[in-house]
Write a protein that binds this ligand. Sequence first.
Ligand SMILES: [Fe+2]
Length: 266
Amino acid sequence: MVHLRINGMWEVYDLSHRLSIRKGSRLTEMEGAVNCVTPYLRDRKGRLRIFKIRPIGHITNRTLFKGGIMAITLPELPYAKDALEPHISARTLEFHYGKHHNAYVTNANKLLEGTDLASASIKEILQKTAGDASKAGIFNNVAQVFNHSFYWQCMKPGGGGAPSGPIADRIDAAFGSAEKFVEEFKTAGATQFGSGWAWLVLKEGELAVMKTANADTPIAHGITPLLTVDVWEHAYYLDYQNRRPDYLSTFVDKLINWDFVNSCLG
Ligand SMILES: [Fe+2]
């Protein structure tokens, strides 16, 4: 049993039907105890109650994992499904988030159940299973859960354009200019053969652009992600068909959430 303090805004779901806290109520801070898969939170009288908790708003999976909670969950989208239109349609998000991302969550939990990784953090799972062919199913599904949860937060309605905040100076220093960074980032996305991801990362303290194939993810290699764009066809095919470069340009010009990128700088 691990004790921790959970900060931030949370939605609370009643699984035991014996809760004194109303289903769906939001708490700003709770002290609780976590027993591997199922979170237990104490109510006001100190009684343990079973909850399913999900992050809302901009709270990242990374925040959850700092507390050591095993939480392969489908986080709420940080915006409505039609909020990114006309750049990414509600139909794309219905499939991409509602079907693809959701399936990775379901599969990951099924594959992890009863294994010695069931209580591990996502980062731990990925670092322990990377390159192990016998654990490829776990790696692929857990990595895709992380990648998608991260990707949703990299976008916002009315986003995109020139970098702002501390990341702007870091990009100028690392790449020479924002334009050069954009060129490198879009090239990484356009040249990733088949499915994968393009990233802005912090590697050994330096900013860098990288691409990963299929489900592969920087955190499996000890590299800190700051920004990502999904270049699997399911991310853009309904809206852009085969025009991946157009999707990448729109992502950069209209969608990037630089506030989130800054928050990842730490
Ligand atoms: Fe995807």
